[in-house]
Design a protein around this ligand. Structure first.
Ligand SMILES: Cc1cc2nc3c(=O)[nH]c(=O)nc-3n(C[C@H](O)[C@H](O)[C@H](O)COP(=O)(O)OP(=O)(O)OC[C@H]3O[C@@H](n4cnc5c(N)ncnc54)[C@H](O)[C@@H]3O)c2cc1C
Length: 396
């Protein structure tokens, strides 16, 4: 593992820092709350992605032939780190960049690549991920959405759920069952669905945080032409695995920085919160907890660097991805719980009192963080992976 950057990486980082200094001056975490609606926030993020694309910062590690920059994985990781450092927003087309794009690069036809790759980068084709169903989440291969042969393609019927930002997506990567007689992993096909096709209905679901980030999706006789099948018919599981491997790619490197920002805020709040005639930061138990959170973040940083080293060597992602996801999502919840504990009884106030801290910002983050231990593999599933692959325990 090398901790120092090459001169090219340093030059890239400095160029990006200068660009960000000129184009971004806010704290996104706070700014995002000022949008009157999520729709307006998403529209803003599309423009942000376009700006970064025009400046050559989107698809850094994608091949040039597909509109990328042919840069190193290290530079891609630097990009995510600098965005977090500048407290700028991430790119909104997460599914396009981290899942649909890599799946198309590995398994797509030339026509599919031509149609989508460049537009994924510019943000013209926002993608959503239609994998989970009401009865298929952790065990996604149990899905039941059916696709039957029709005129020049397939006709899709069924329901998906928890589909993040489906209401803004132009396209969906959809996993459907094409052979119900085959073993569950063998009868699946990976297709691209035009979200404006007749028969597609999207219904937003309001989360505990109040935001309708994810949705239910209904497919009622939706026509999917053959040209939208990615990989082999009934070979969808292989394609899905490619997307899930990329789900925990270089973007995760920035997570420990977001966590650090929250810990810094907790430290500040502890210093200014009265407790027992002094400040909460003088309380030995509180000091212990803050120090432990700081140690957790450092452990996460080093673990992320180990995962990055594997990627740089061209090795497949190891169990570090599961360890980092598990550790990060639970650490985020611990720090946000601490923020609320520090506020004591005032934690129930989000507005209307001078004791309400930052207009309920931490309360909102606390509620949103409940989903972090569920999305992209629950804590239990990640513990199973670690038990089996790292500790060599018997299979679940
Ligand atoms: C914020 C958020 C965004 C999401 N976005 C998307 C999206 O864009 N697209 C998409 O397709 N999905 C999305 N999901 C869905 C997500 O992938 C699923 O919620 C997740 O895989 C868990 O599936 P489930 O909700 O069906 O729970 P289940 O799989 O039914 O699990 C229920 C409980 O049982 C436990 N459990 C299940 N199996 C085991 C086992 N073998 N051993 C031990 N415990 C087990 C789980 O850990 C959990 O506690 C999102 C979820 C969230 C929270």
């Amino acid at each position: 593992m090398h901790f120092s950057l090459t001169s090219e990486d340093l030059a890239f980082r400095d160029g990006l820092r200068a660009w960000l200094a000129e184009h971004w001056r806010e704290d996104w975490a706070k700014m995002r709350r000022r949008f009157p609606s999520q729709d307006e926030m998403f529209a803003f993020l599309r423009v942000w992605q376009r700006q970064l694309f025009d400046a050559g910062y989107v698809g850094l590690s994608w091949p040039r032939a597909y509109g990328g920059q042919g840069a190193t994985i290290m530079q891609q990781a630097i990009f995510y780190e600098e965005i977090a450092r500048a407290r700028a927003p991430e790119l909104p087309n997460v599914i396009g960049l981290d899942m649909a794009g890599p799946a198309l690069i590995s398994h797509g036809t030339p026509a599919q690549k031509d149609k989508h790759l460049q537009r994924i980068l510019s943000g013209e084709h926002i993608f959503c991920q239609g994998f989970s169903e009401p009865n298929a989440g952790s065990d996604v291969a149990a899905l039941q959405t059916r696709a039957v042969r029709g005129d020049g393609g397939f006709v899709v019927s069924g329901q998906k759920v928890w589909t993040t930002y489906a209401q803004y997506a132009e396209w969906c990567i959809l996993l459907v069952r094409t052979d119900p007689a085959a073993p569950k992993h063998k009868g699946l096909t990976f297709v691209l669905v035009d979200m404006r096709a007749p028969g597609v209905t999207v219904r937003p679901i309001r989360q505990i945080s109040g935001e309708p980030e994810f949705n239910e999706m209904f497919f009622d006789g939706v026509r999917v032409p053959d040209e939208n099948v990615v990989g082999r018919v009934n070979g969808g599981w292989e394609v899905a695995i490619t997307t899930l491997m990329f789900e925990r790619g270089p973007r995760t490197i920035s997570r420990q920085l977001h966590l650090r920002h929250a810990i810094d805020a907790a430290l500040e709040l502890a210093k200014h919160t009265p407790r027992g005639g002094a400040s909460a930061s003088a309380d030995p138990v509180m000091r212990q907890r803050l120090a432990q959170l700081y140690i957790d973040t450092e452990a996460l940083r080093v673990s992320n660097l180990r995962a990055l080293t594997r990627m740089l060597r061209g090795e497949p992602p190891g169990a570090e991805g599961s360890a980092a996801k598990l550790f990060w999502s639970e650490a985020v919840q611990r720090v946000l719980e601490l923020m609320l504990e520090l506020q004591g009884p005032y934690a129930v106030l989000t507005q209307g009192s001078e004791r309400a801290v930052e207009d309920g910002y931490w309360q909102q983050r606390f509620l949103r963080s409940r989903g972090d231990t569920i999305a992209a593999g629950t804590s239990e599933i990640n513990r199973n992976i670690l038990a089996e692959r790292v500790l060599g325990l018997p299979k679940d």
